[in-house]
Structures are given as structure tokens and as C-alpha cells.
Design a protein around this ligand. Structure first.
Ligand code: AMP
Length: 284
């Protein structure tokens, strides 16, 4: 087996991590739902740069799945995940059972109200409440000094930054760049659902975003034109956007033109698989 400490109980995790913290060591945390790929491992690398002990969690959180979503078929491979994490230099893997995190009688919810609305929040009611609740619980167990989240899930990152600020949590929230496959597809555990034909069509998301970014580089600032570019690329692959929007980088406020720091976020269904992607628009 791997050289990583696999912990399943909250009490044991608290004991071990409090002992580490008593030595004055900084803890970096990477929360995940497992089925790990290189995008996840890039977060571990970032956490290692910023802390002395890295704790990853693998927990497929039922509270962030809607009733008609893919909770039961979500890919699970704890042994493979542990080996990948060990290889990436992660020290501790916290992988609690659902009953450990949500024992009978659990009824607390945390909601980051405004920034959870729109985009994925509009299509997945309750999703970000589930995310905020589980991440706050993970933080209270692990008490990380720093926690790293991927810009792949940009709205989630924005929700969690707001959560940490609003509740004065003693954790620095760090965003890490979106990692892509060589052909441009954003890495995601859900890519495993795609048939070869769907995977080829899924490239329209990153292709559309790249094309819009190139328009932006050439001087286009109109939100409608940039979004039409993304939607056109999706349409050419027979896809239609669940949303495609230009938003401000810091608070995700809707924008009609790409004047300040901003990004385009897109979601689309490819067959029965829902994919998201985004592209930060930068000059130069
Ligand atoms: P998940 O396991 O999908 O809940 O993701 C766990 C963490 O990994 C989140 O912070 C995600 O944003 C991040 N992540 C997932 N895919 C990528 C990717 N392609 N690039 C960077 N981070 C990612």
C-alpha cells in the first residue's frame, strides 16, 4: 500500500492533526470527491508549496447532489486515489463514510446567499449549500491554515472565499489554475462518463472559450459577441449551453462588456453528462 495515512474517523483525524499543529506545522488542505486526476494532484502540489503537512479529503458529499443527479454512479476508487495522493506527496487522506459526516439527526445548513445564485446555482438548487456545509465541517475537523480549490469550479471557489471571509475563518482560500487534457478538455472526474463520440463533441466547450479569448485578444470587448462565439462553437458540435456568461472575476457580477478582470463561464450537457468550463480573459 501507499505511504499515506488513511483516516476514516473524525475523532482520530482531529487527534492526529491537533498533534501535528501542536508542533507548529502548517496544514494545507485539498477537499475532493475522489476519482482523482492530474487537476486534483495540481492542488496537492500547490498545498505542498504553502504548508508543511498536506491533508486531502475524499468524500462524495450527498448534500451537494440534487435528487436527479449522479450521486449513485459517481466514480469511486479510494485505493487508486490513496496511491495517487501518496505519489503526489500528500501526507494524510481523510475519507469519512457518509454516516460519519452526517449522523442521524444532522440538520445544519450553511448558505452563502448571493454568489450561490445564477450559473450552476440556477440549475442545481441547493448545490452550493451542500458544498458550503461540507467544506465548513471539513475545515472544523482539519483546521487547515490554507485550503486549495481549483478554478475549474470557479463559482464554488467564489462561494468558499465568501464563506471564509463572512465567517472570519482562520483559513486562507487559494485558487489554483484549471488543468486541461492536451486537447483542451477541462479535466473532470465526470469525463469518465463520456463515450468516445461524446468526448469529441465535448471539446466544443474549450474550443468556444479559446475562440472567445482570441476575439478578446484582438480587441473585442462586447459581452454579447464573446458569448455568441462560445455558443456558436457549441452549436457546431450539436450542443447548447445551459449557460454561457461573462462575469466579473472577483464577485461574479454579471457584465455586459469585458472591460475589467473577467471570465466566461459555460455549462453544457453532452449526452447525459453535464460539463462545466471557464476561461479567464487577460490581455497580452
Ligand atoms: P471534485 O473532486 O470535482 O469535487 O474537485 C475537487 C477539487 O479539485 C475542486 O477544488 C475542484 O475545483 C478541483 N478540480 C477539479 N478538476 C480540476 C481541474 N481540471 N483543474 C483544476 N482543479 C480541478
Amino acid at each position: 500500500m501507499s505511504g499515506i495515512d488513511l483516516l476514516r474517523s473524525i475523532a482520530e483525524t482531529k487527534r492526529r492533526l491537533r498533534a501535528i499543529q501542536a508542533q507548529g506545522l502548517r496544514i494545507g488542505m485539498v477537499p475532493t470527491m475522489g476519482a482523482l486526476h492530474d487537476g486534483h494532484l495540481s492542488l496537492v502540489a500547490e498545498a505542498k508549496r504553502r504548508s508543511e503537512v498536506v491533508v486531502a479529503s475524499v468524500f462524495v458529499n450527498p448534500k451537494q447532489f440534487g435528487p436527479r443527479e449522479d450521486l449513485s454512479r459517481y466514480p469511486r476508487d479510494l485505493e487508486g486515489d490513496a496511491a495517487k495522493l501518496a505519489g503526489a506527496g500528500c501526507d494524510v487522506l481523510f475519507a469519512p463514510a457518509v454516516e460519519e459526516m452526517y449522523p442521524a439527526g444532522f440538520q445544519t445548513e450553511v448558505e452563502v446567499v448571493e454568489v450561490s445564485q445564477g450559473l450552476c446555482g440556477a440549475v442545481r438548487p441547493g448545490h452550493f449549500k451542500g458544498v458550503a456545509t461540507v467544506v465548513l465541517k471539513l475545515f472544523s475537523i482539519v483546521r487547515p491554515d490554507v485550503a486549495v480549490f481549483g478554478e475549474k469550479d470557479f463559482q464554488q471557489l467564489t462561494v468558499l472565499r465568501r464563506l471564509a471571509r463572512d465567517l472570519s475563518l482562520d483559513v486562507e482560500i487559494v485558487g489554483a489554475p484549471l488543468i486541461r487534457e492536451v486537447d483542451g478538455l477541462a479535466m473532470s472526474s465526470r469525463n469518465a462518463y463520456l463515450s468516445p463520440e461524446e468526448r469529441a463533441r465535448a471539446l466544443a466547450l474549450s474550443r468556444g472559450l479559446r475562440a472567445a479569448s482570441e476575439m478578446y485578444q484582438r480587441g473585442e470587448r462586447g459581452g454579447a459577441a464573446l458569448i455568441a462565439c462560445v455558443e456558436g462553437e457549441l452549436a457546431s458540435a450539436g450542443l447548447s449551453a445551459e449557460y454561457a456568461e461573462l462575469r466579473a472575476l472577483d464577485d461574479l457580477a454579471p457584465l455586459s462588456s469585458a472591460e475589467g478582470p473577467c471570465l466566461i463561464l459555460v455549462a453544457a450537457r453532452v449526452g447525459s453528462t453535464r460539463l462545466i468550463d471557464n476561461w479567464i480573459l487577460t490581455r497580452g
